[in-house]
Structures are given as structure tokens and as C-alpha cells.
Design a protein around this ligand. Sequence first.
Ligand code: ADP
Ligand code: ZN
Ligand code: ZN
Length: 744
Amino acid sequence: MPDTPASAPSIVRVAIDRPLDRLFDYRSPPDRDVRPGMRVRVPFGPTRLTGVVMEAGVTSEMDPGRLRAVSEVLDATPILPDSLRELLGFGGRYYHHPIGEVVLGALPPALRRGRPLPEAATPEPLWAVTEQGHRALADGAVRGERQRAIVAALADPDSAPGGRLDRPTLAGILGRRPAPRELERLAERGWLECRPPEHPTDVPPEADSAAARPLTPEQQAAVDALTPGEAQPLLLEGVTGSGKTEVYLRMAERVVARGEQVLVLIPEIALTPQLAARIQARFPGRVALLHSGLAEGERLRAWASAARGEARVVVGTRSALFTPLPEPGLIVVDEEHDAAFKQQDGFRYNARDLAIKRGQLEAIPVVLGSATPTLETLQAARQGRYTHCPLRTRPDGTAPPRIEAVDTRVHTPDEGLTSPLLDAMQATLAGGQQCFVLLNRRGYARTLACDHCGWVADCRHCDARLTIHAGQPRAICHLCGHHEPVPDRCPDCGAELARRGLGTQRLEQALARHFPQTPLIRLDRDSIRHKGALEDALERIRSLDAAIVVGTQMLAKGHDFPRVGLVGVVDVDQGLYSVDLRAAEHTLQLIVQAAGRAGRGEAGGRVLLQTGHPEHPLIRGLDAADYTAMVRPLLDERAESGFPPFGHLALVRVEAEDANTAETRAGEVAAPLRRAAAPGVRVLGPAPAPRHRVNRRYREQILVQSGDRRALHATLHQARRAWEGLTLPREVRIALDVDPVSLA
Ligand code: ADP
Ligand code: ZN
Ligand code: ZN
């Protein structure tokens, strides 16, 4: 950088973690070359804050003599590359969120607070079970729960494909971090051995069975469709079990062989430990895992190893999208339809959509994979904006099972279960196969009600019923967490209370009565609360023959179980008739994903769907083998209403402690939107949100819709300016959600 004359000090423009939609100018120290992407400490009011330099060598509108100076430069080289700063700038503008919060929020917490970037990490050694260790495990000689868990995890080809794991990965599987000392002690006993980190070619191919098998023609075509080195979005639309993961892995191998890095985004790491393990097995010692379950230091190390180019494959949840990659080559978004990619508060970005943008900025392909792609993604593929790679068949030749409706008007359910479902379960279990029973509602009963006077146990803070949990003396609100003792009798009239509506716990009890001899496993957020509980449950399912698994949508997630002969879906009617934007779409996705768990082995499988509306066009059209055909009615509906993908939406929510304030203020917020509305932009509302009261606050909402994205954003932009001029009470909050996933 040329020397700047003393009369014109070099000025930098800095993003800081404050809800203000602008950057701040500071004088840069004369003796330092401060470049964009470096962190600095800057004075801000009476305090000092960590910021990220977004622009350097600028001229300020302010009198340079009055500018304050950067107090400290924290990085020797930029930690955020140009492409990411550009992405974050775009994200801030697109989602109308203050740039400083966007930029600082993209950093691991440790860096946000000014910690130094760690020195180059030495690669983690790998741990494996010895012959002696395998014998000891089989003989029950490995005592102590913690010790056994470690040896068992390493001995299990599902959790440790290739038979070896590094400590951070092992930590992910165990749900806790084993101390180095624990592993060393097991090695001293001769049960474990420590091996130096290796090169990917060292993995014995038999350790990873799919790697050795030839791809199906469709898989091969998908891998061949990839054009490394070019901005290219691809939709990998593969029926459940069609081998999408294998396609990601082969694509990743190609890209890594070119000397480039791969970023794999997944909805939630805890629910799908298999995927991370398979990637780890294919690229041993070269994978960084990034998710919120990591300790701060671990997360920082993983981030740094990606940023330095040591990790060649980065696997992470939503926020991992913002990991710097010096040699980016490919982004994969697995289960792209999953709502977990959308952040639901603060900076409400969709990592799937920003991944496409990042692909453009870095000129690399982005693969979106799903058996049930969102309508937005399907439409983009239909219009040729995305390369469409379908996988219609499974490698083992089986097809996703047909979905049969059970009419609950004919077969009245008793505690959620109809006789055709019970009969089918009986037959499946007798054949040594497993039954999955899906009910997307946890808890025991949905609520308590009085049949005499009509009293119901509502949450006192929300428009929601309290849920009753088995064996617990408290009724709980699933929206705000409020709980209170379950009353014995109706507080209004003293009559006895009835437990209404079915939850997974009650269903579990009912199933236990019908099948007292059969092992029963429940999978829902309550049952996996303890660390390692999910892994244990998945392990049990894999080790058992005949068994019943009852659970929420959690059991529909990408698990690959070979012995599921029957999937029963207890009740989805609510989802079909909900007014919420995507409720029907999410319901269809859930049914198809759940159905996809059945029939992966030779014996084939059945799917029974209990419904009171078998004539509903969406139910009649259910076909797990052809999702695109199935959702055509939904697409038509959206086209008619101008909703996504045929139009664009933003939701403005105004919250206050009382209903009147919320209503009045929402009117004040809506007025500038209406004034600013460009032609073709519709402003609907304000109206009370479908859930009007949550956690003691009342919510009004305004929906802004347009067929023209630019016009929509111009309107939002102008309205936001006007909102800054409103003097609202502190407790009133305005939230803006661009491309909302839900309107509830
Ligand atoms: P998806 O992610 O599409 O649901 P998976 O990637 O989990 O499917 O694959 C389903 C099963 O098929 C896995 O057990 C996997 O090992 C196996 N598989 C994938 N590709 C092949 C192949 N080309 N030949 C044989 N088996 C394969
Ligand atoms: Zn009563
Ligand atoms: Zn509540």
C-alpha cells in the first residue's frame, strides 16, 4: 500500500455488532496495513468493540480530524475473504438486517470476542480398536459405562466406518468429549491403538462398502453433470434410499482431487450422525465438523482449519455457510427442503438460498439434494435455472412403497390406532420386520378439558393448549415453556377432567398394550434429551429384528434402516387443511420421507396413512416414487395466489405487551409500507398473527407480496427508512422476515 500523506489519514470502514444499519469510519494506524477482512478493536461511545474492516482506504464524509482511531489491529491477514464479505453484504441487504450484526454473527463466538485465530493445528491422530479390544468388548470385559461407550463406538462400523475416528469426531458420536487421558488409558490396557492421521487413499476400500460398488447409471449421470470451476446450481432429486449421499461423496472426491475444498450443509448434525460419519470415512483426517453442539474452542479450531485450507471437507449446519474456504470447489446442501436452513430470529437468512449466492460469487457448483425438494427449487429446475439430476431408482432395485390410505371415518381409531393399521403391524412383526409409527406431536395428551363446562387448560401466556406429559405432574406449553401443576378436577366446576388429543407418549402406551412382547422405542425431542440417547436408540433399532418405533418427524429423517416393513402415519389431517403457507407442502414431505424408511430390504414394505379425508386430492395423489407429480396441485395453487415460487413474500411482525398497543403500532408500521409500495406490490394487513399471543406478547402481522422481487425490496427499503423515524415504545418490536417459511 502506498504511503498516505499525513494530511489525509487512511480511513477504514468497520462493521460492528450493533443493530445499526451502517458501517463506521475510523482512522487506521499509520504504521499498519489494515486490509478489508481483518478484525480491529475500535472505540464506540464509552466502550471498545471488536469489528471487521469492510473497506479500507476510503474517504470519509466526516471531518478526518474528528474521526476516532482504530485502537488495535487483531489480525495480521484478513480472516474473511472478499467473496464472503460480499456475501454478507448481500445478505444484510436482502434480508434487511443490520450489516454489523450480519458480519459479526458470521464469525465463531471466540473470534467475535476478539480471540486470536489459533496457530496451524496439528492434525488429530486417529483411534482404533485392537483385536484384544474387540474380544474384550465381546466378553464384557470392558467395564465402566464411559469406557464401554468409547470402545463400542470405535468398534461399530456404522459409527466408525473404516474402524477409526479422531477425538473430535468421537466426541460428536458420544455426545461428550473424552479426555485424551481416557483414550490413553484404554490404549495402555491394549484395547485401543492410536494411529497417525492418514491420507485418504490409506482407507481400505472394504471399510466403506458403497465406495467399492459401481454407481448406478443415474448416480453416474449426476456426478458427470457437475462442472467444477463454474457457478452452477444442481438439483439432485432422488427418491429416498436412491444413494444421494454416494453422489455427494463422489462429487466431493472429484473436487478434492482438483485441490479444492467442499462444504456440506446439513439441517441438524445430532439427528443424522450417519452422514457425518460416512463423509469422515471417505476423507479421514481431512474433515472439519461445525455445529452449535461444539465447545467454543473446538468450533474455533474447526473453523480455522477450514479457513487455512487444512480441512478439505467442511460439514456443518446452517451457519457453517459462512466458513471461509481459500480454495472453494463445491457446496452441497443436503435435505434442502428442511426448514432448519432458515434462521427464525435475528438475521433471518436461508442458508440454502445464500449457498446459491455464494456459489455465484465464488464461481463454484452448488448441489441441492432432496427426495422432497421445495416448490421453489423444483420450479427453478423446471425453468432450467438449476441442472436437474433425478435419481428415480434405488441401487438395490427396490422402489419406495405405495402409500395406502386408511379411512378413519370407516375405521374409528382407538387411541390413534385403527384396526387395519394394527393388523398390518401384527403381520409385519410376525415376519420379523419392524414397524415405524409416526405421529408429529410429542407429549402424552394435547390438553386437559372439562366435558361438563368446557374449560380447557390453556397457557396463560400464549394462544396454545398446555400439553400433558406422561408421569409428570406438570402441564407444559410447547411454545413458551410455561408449566403448571395438572389439576385433579376442573378449576371452574369441579368435574373430572378428560385428557384430549394424542401425543407420542400416549401412543407408545397404547402400542405397548397391543404388543406387550415387542420391543418399543420412542423417538421424539423428549426421549432424546439426554446426550447420547439418540445414538443409543438408533443403535437399538439397527440391532433389533421385530420392533416398533414410535415418534415424531424425527423418525422420518434420513436414517437408513434395513428392516422396516411398515410405516404407519397416524394423523396428518391438520396439516392438509392448515391455512399456513407451507403446511400442506411440509405434510407431504413428511409423509414421503417417513414412507422412505420402509422397504429398504428385500422384503419390501407398506405404508398406511390414516386420514379422515381419503378423497382429498393431495392424499389421492400421494406417490412416494414421483414427488414432482404429487405436488403439481400445490404448484397450481401457489401460481393462482402469487405465492412463492410465483411471487415473493415478506412478513412484517409487530409485537407488544398488550393487544391494543400491538394493533395501533402495527397500523403505524403498515402506513409507510403502503405509501412506499411500488406498483405490483401488495400490502396485506395488519392482522393478528395466527398465533396472536406467544410468551405474553401480542403479535400483529403485515404481509407484503409482489411478483417482482426488486419492487418488493425497494418497498421494504423505503419503509424501513420511515420506521426509523417512528417513536415506538421500547417494548414494541418490529421484525422483518424475507422469504418466510411460515406465516404462523
Ligand atoms: P439417500 O441419501 O438417497 O436416502 P443413501 O445415500 O443413504 O440414500 O443410500 C441408500 C443405501 O444405498 C445406502 O445403504 C448406501 O450404502 C447404498 N448405496 C448407495 N449407492 C450405491 C451403489 N451405487 N451401489 C450399491 N449400494 C449403494
Ligand atoms: Zn368444568
Ligand atoms: Zn405458552
